[in-house]
Design a protein around this ligand. Structure first.
Ligand code: URA
Length: 230
């Protein structure tokens, strides 16, 4: 990797700021001052700025417990962005693998790794997302078969992919879907003549929302969690 790129990927600096820093002679590679931005950095090299070691930030994989009244976009609009709940370096390289609505709570996965998030969001990958759903009207057993067969959402052709509905009590159920169409869960219940009044995502694939995380809190995923996404 080029030295200027290494500096950008280990600090908050832009490429032009990295070049300026190099010109100043404050950067050393294995103890030698290097000013050339195209200098090739090897994996075992010690890169320092003013004697402080730089390390690559690398790919990041995070889970957050999203509260209500926050949005899964990077810009604060009418509601606060979930990214503004995080004090983290380089938030601009992070994105959310499967957004939630402003009024939905629960698990969101945040990453810098586009290939990894594609495995979560692509309907072809069959990655289940499990929601705890509360509805306005009593649930009926026939919904289990209806959601398994798939149903037509308003404004869309074709059926939804098979979904698993576990009824918890008269007004609560767990629904696992492997697609992420716009407002999908709310629209599925609307198509069945009911109304979602509360929606909470509990799991994505094998990754469960950590019960230790209070709303607004986040943590890095374990290697096992990261590797569970196939
Ligand atoms: N389905 C919805 O309707 N809303 C969400 O936030 C997630 C899934």
């Amino acid at each position: 990797m080029r030295l200027d790129k290494f500096i950008c990927e280990s600090t908050e600096l832009t490429r032009s700021m990295a070049k300026k820093l190099l010109k100043s002679g404050e950067v050393t590679c294995d103890g030698e001052v290097v000013k050339d931005p195209s200098f090739k950095v090897s994996a075992d090299m010690l890169i320092e700025v003013d004697g402080n070691e730089l390390t690559l930030i690398g790919e990041r994989y995070i889970m957050m417990h999203k509260p209500v009244d926050t949005i899964c976009s990077s810009i604060d609009e009418e509601y606060q962005s979930v990214f503004s709940l995080m004090d983290i370096e380089k938030p601009e390289v992070l994105h959310i693998a499967g957004r939630l609505d402003v009024d939905t709570t629960g698990l969101i996965l945040i990453t810098s790794d586009g290939k990894w998030s594609h495995k979560i969001t692509s309907p072809k990958k069959d990655c289940g997302k499990r929601y705890l759903v509360e509805v306005a009207d009593p649930l009926t057993e026939d919904l289990v078969e209806l959601f398994k067969q798939g149903l037509e959402l308003r404004g869309e052709d074709g059926l939804t992919k098979p979904a698993i509905l576990d009824i918890v009590d008269t007004h609560q159920a767990r629904l696992t879907i492997s697609e992420g169409k716009y407002h999908q869960v709310k629209r599925m219940f609307a198509a069945a003549g009911n109304k979602v009044v509360n929606l909470h995502r509990e799991a994505i694939g094998h990754i469960e929302l950590d019960p230790e995380l209070e709303e607004c809190e986040w943590r890095y995923l374990t290697d096992e969690e990261v590797n569970s996404v196939k």
